[in-house]
Write a protein that binds this ligand. Sequence first.
Ligand code: ATP
Length: 328
Amino acid sequence: VKRIGVLTSGGDAPGMNAAIRSVVRASMHMGIECLGIRRGFNGLITGDITSMDFVQTSGLIGRGGTVLYTARSEEFKTDEGRKKAANTCKLFGLEGIVGIGGDGTYRGLLEFSNQEGVAVVGVPGTIDNDIACTEYTIGYDTACNTALEAIDRLKDTMQSHERCSVVEVMGRHAGHLALYVGVACGATAVLIPEKKIDFERDVVEPIRAARLAGRTHFMVIVAEGVGSSYDVAAKIKEYTGLDPRVTVLGHVQRGGSPSARDRMEATYMGYNAVELLAQGKTNRVVAMQKGAYVDYDINEALAMKKGIDERVYTVLRALIGAEDKLNI
Ligand code: ATP
């Protein structure tokens, strides 16, 4: 392999730049030239490609967002779109692609490799941590910390006014971010899409228990996958007479300088991706399982399923007083 390209695709995540830097520098170290493909798969179709070297990647490790931009490309889902992309690869002499993104990005890489024979490797990058084959996705730790910091600030003011807060946390269809942040902020209740919600049991009872214990401020965390946090607030008002204030954290959770963990994961995973291409491998995704770096066939990775961490959920419920006391 003489020349490869790197792209970021789907939603952005803190640490994507650190991954780009790692891919470019690992390539150079292994005697491979690495070009930057801008705007996800769109750049592959239009030839929006830039050279990347040591200097261009300096200072990238701590920068949020992605300097290569990211996009969703409908055209890449068509045979003709991927044909154009293959022509771009021919023109630039690209023999392999590292795609940093989520499951959709992996699907795109797989289709491209099957149709055009270009080697591909995926790197997990999303704040949602919703990629089945890996315990960890680049951006998750930073997003958790960003959400937590915002919630801590909210808590200060809400506490002063003795109010109930309803905070909507990102995560698409998954509740990993909300669950983790809910535990870390000491929430009164946490609603996630993976668990069927019994409003009385999961929200009203914990609020009542907290009130009986003397609390006058309540923090209810809602994963965006559950539905509207305004509906949750209206229901709390109906059931309890409290007048909750809603905060939708939104895209602030996707920004910011990556945490130490995200910089490390991005750096390792980027390096591992290039190593796979250098070894002549294709259709792989890099991942983490039981704390170790591994890689999977893309087909296998896409067929995997992932639930929330049940242990974390159990501990959360025990600590908010939602579970029956153990007789030990
Ligand atoms: P996130 O989880 O942050 O949204 P993602 O990678 O899952 O990231 P998607 O928008 O689902 O984001 O996918 C990114 C891009 O991958 C799509 O815009 C499209 O260009 C490409 N893609 C997705 N599925 C396919 C497919 N079946 N065939 C070809 N390309 C695809």
